[in-house]
Design a protein around this ligand. Structure first.
Ligand SMILES: Nc1ncnc2c1ncn2[C@@H]1O[C@H](COP(=O)(O)OP(=O)(O)OP(=O)(O)O)[C@@H](O)[C@H]1O
Ligand SMILES: [Mg+2]
Length: 349
């Protein structure tokens, strides 16, 4: 039996609309006008133990709502959810032993108290035996490099430091499943990398099942073997990231940095007869955006090195959000590969 089983789950929020005009507020108070927001519209999927799944979608797609239902914070309006064999919202206490959750935008640590106090509280709440608590705390603080932060009040930590402490808090009780809702949001490259390395380790070595939402392609590439895409509350894709990349991530960017300001006219001349290539110059930096299907990267790099004299070169794939909005616009059918897994309308399960 899968560790997580979601069947035709819906979530509808009821909101009150405030009327306009001078008496709008009063009239809304007396006779409120209700409106329904369908956040999740009949999604189904299952996740096996040990999997690491990216859950992607544009802003407002329904990702956080799904995670809140999977962790029992919200009750589904329809359908059924089983996490570790039970419906999470009905067994919140019991299921909390199986799951850890990190919301990048919210903290589960006590803001004014030292980090260690929150951990002690969690030890008490989850009845973690002392020996296991010390073992986990020792191991995790070492890998996440947070020993020196334990006595500091949470409010004095930087975002990157706090996120490492948050992830540690979510794992102290050895959960089977870790839900991460944008764990790397707002972090710099080094902090992101540290967190990724740790998450990867606990998935590989401890077999902790991961479900991760992110807007950062590097998170997915590093951590997830499977990708689910939700848009407007519906699951539109469930399959490998490679398929998406092969078929949709065709836009790339080369960033070249020069010793001296580069001229836009010179850049336009160098790439004048290259189809689908656009250039943008800003002081020392030249950005070349191109379609991989139309132009070879090697060809562009050769041209750049022959005709210009860059100090540094970096390559970037299209970001997740742009990719997903294109998938939605073009439809999954526009891909050339046959092994697609189209979920919409139950075409393929
Ligand atoms: N408590 C709520 N009351 C009313 N509407 C809500 C509530 N929570 C979420 N929504 C709405 O449900 C939809 C899905 O929101 P959700 O937070 O799940 O999106 P998301 O995919 O996590 O987006 P983001 O990438 O911005 O975090 C949005 O239209 C949002 O406005
Ligand atoms: Mg969200």
């Amino acid at each position: 039996m899968p560790l997580i089983e979601v069947d035709q789950v819906r979530k509808v929020f009821e909101t009150t609309v405030r009327r306009k005009g001078r008496f709008g507020m009063l009239s809304s108070l007396i006779n409120p006008e209700k409106r329904e927001v369908v956040a999740v519209e009949g999604i189904s999927f299952s996740i096996e133990k040990g999997e690491s799944v990216a859950y992607l979608g544009p802003n407002g797609a329904g990702k956080s709502t799904t995670i809140k239902m999977l962790t029992g914070i919200l009750e589904p309006s329809g359908g059924s959810i089983q996490v570790a064999g039970m419906p999470p919202h009905k067994n919140r206490k019991q299921s909390s032993y199986q799951i850890g959750v990190v919301f990048g935008q919210r903290s589960q640590l006590l803001f004014d108290l030292p980090v260690k106090d929150s951990y002690d509280l969690l030890r008490y709440m989850y009845s973690i035996p002392w020996e296991r608590y010390h073992r986990n705390l020792g191991e995790f603080t070492e890998i996440l490099e947070v020993e020196h932060l334990l006595e500091r009040p949470v409010r004095t930590l930087s975002l990157g430091q706090r996120m490492r402490c948050e992830i540690l808090a979510a794992l102290l009780h050895d959960p089977d499943i870790l839900f991460l809702d944008e764990p790397t949001i707002g972090l710099d490259v080094v902090a992101k990398e540290r967190i990724r390395a740790f998450i990867e380790k606990i998935n590989r070595e401890k077999g902790v099942t991961l479900l991760l939402t992110t807007h950062d392609m590097n998170d997915i590439e590093r951590l997830c073997h499977r990708t689910m895409i939700i848009d407007k509350g519906q699951l539109i894709y469930d399959g490998s990231l490679q398929y998406i990349k092969d078929n949709f991530a065709t836009e790339r960017q080369i960033r070249a940095v020069f010793h001296e300001p580069y001229s836009a006219a010179a850049a336009a001349k160098v790439f004048a007869n290259k189809q689908g290539v656009s250039v943008h110059v800003e002081e020392l930096v030249l950005r070349i955006t191109y379609d991989q299907n139309l132009t070879d990267t090697a060809e562009l790099l050769k041209l750049l090195l022959d005709k210009a004299n860059p100090r540094d070169l970096t390559m970037q794939d299209e970001n997740v959000d742009a990719l997903i909005s294109r998938i939605y616009r073009e439809g999954l059918d526009s891909g050339q590969k046959k092994q697609r897994q189209l979920i919409a309308q139950g075409a393929v399960n």
